[in-house]
Design a protein around this ligand. Sequence first.
Ligand SMILES: Cc1cc2nc3c(=O)[nH]c(=O)nc-3n(C[C@H](O)[C@H](O)[C@H](O)COP(=O)(O)OP(=O)(O)OC[C@H]3O[C@@H](n4cnc5c(N)ncnc54)[C@H](O)[C@@H]3O)c2cc1C
Length: 233
Amino acid sequence: MAGKKVLIIYAHQEPRSMNGSLKNTAVEVLSEQGCSVTVSDLYAMQFKATATRSDITGNLCNPKHFNYGVETREAFRSGNLCKDIAEEQKKVQEANLVIFQFPLYWFSMPAIMKGWLDRVLIQGFAHNYPQCYDAGLLKELLSTLQDKLALLSFTTGGTEEMFSKEGDSGDVKYLLWPLQHGMMHYCGFKILTPEITFAPEYVTENRRKEVLTSWAQRLQNIWNEKPIICTPP
Ligand SMILES: Cc1cc2nc3c(=O)[nH]c(=O)nc-3n(C[C@H](O)[C@H](O)[C@H](O)COP(=O)(O)OP(=O)(O)OC[C@H]3O[C@@H](n4cnc5c(N)ncnc54)[C@H](O)[C@@H]3O)c2cc1C
């Protein structure tokens, strides 16, 4: 859809990985639609994953007892956040849709992506209790008041059967809950159905190509999708 802005937060070390191909597919299909697509390639950027004192460039409110949440909230307000955080916040602010593309690490996202959330989606910018969940500060694109959308696209080592109710890993909805509800929805995003690529290492080349084709087809129609309910299971 021409004019829409998409931000892809991408966490994989290897461009030839399945995650790399899923990311490339999204860039190609969405760009062809006339969307403006920005990729934050976290490993290539060597994105700092740790939430530390150096994220604040000015004086601290309380130098005797460092509180990251309080200090970053105040630094956001006064324009004293370090450059890499401010740049990512600008990309988030402008995006209609944020796609998170990553391999599942320990039932969650890789540390570098979790660090992006810790450092970018800070209080005052993304949430400010009681402005959370449906009232989260990222609930809409300020210029158009359209819903801001988030979509998790991830790969797993385990098969779909392993992530079923009866499988060893348990129902995948339990790991989606903290990611979709606790993180994205908390900040106000509306959530689109996750794109889960199960066990790409253990399927045939043809199957992987089918998965990429199906992802491309889904993306053709992405702007007509309705958000899902992602409250606790
Ligand atoms: C620290 C850590 C923790 C983990 N924790 C979990 C966990 O909790 N649960 C779990 O299930 N898994 C876990 N895993 C496994 C991990 O999720 C998988 O290894 C990962 O998701 C696989 O995706 P990939 O992109 O890295 O695959 P890759 O190995 O990069 O790709 C798979 C195959 O796809 C091929 N490919 C790439 N592009 C294309 C294309 N265009 N067409 C056809 N083929 C292509 C590649 O050549 C490769 O053969 C963990 C792994 C690590 C390292």
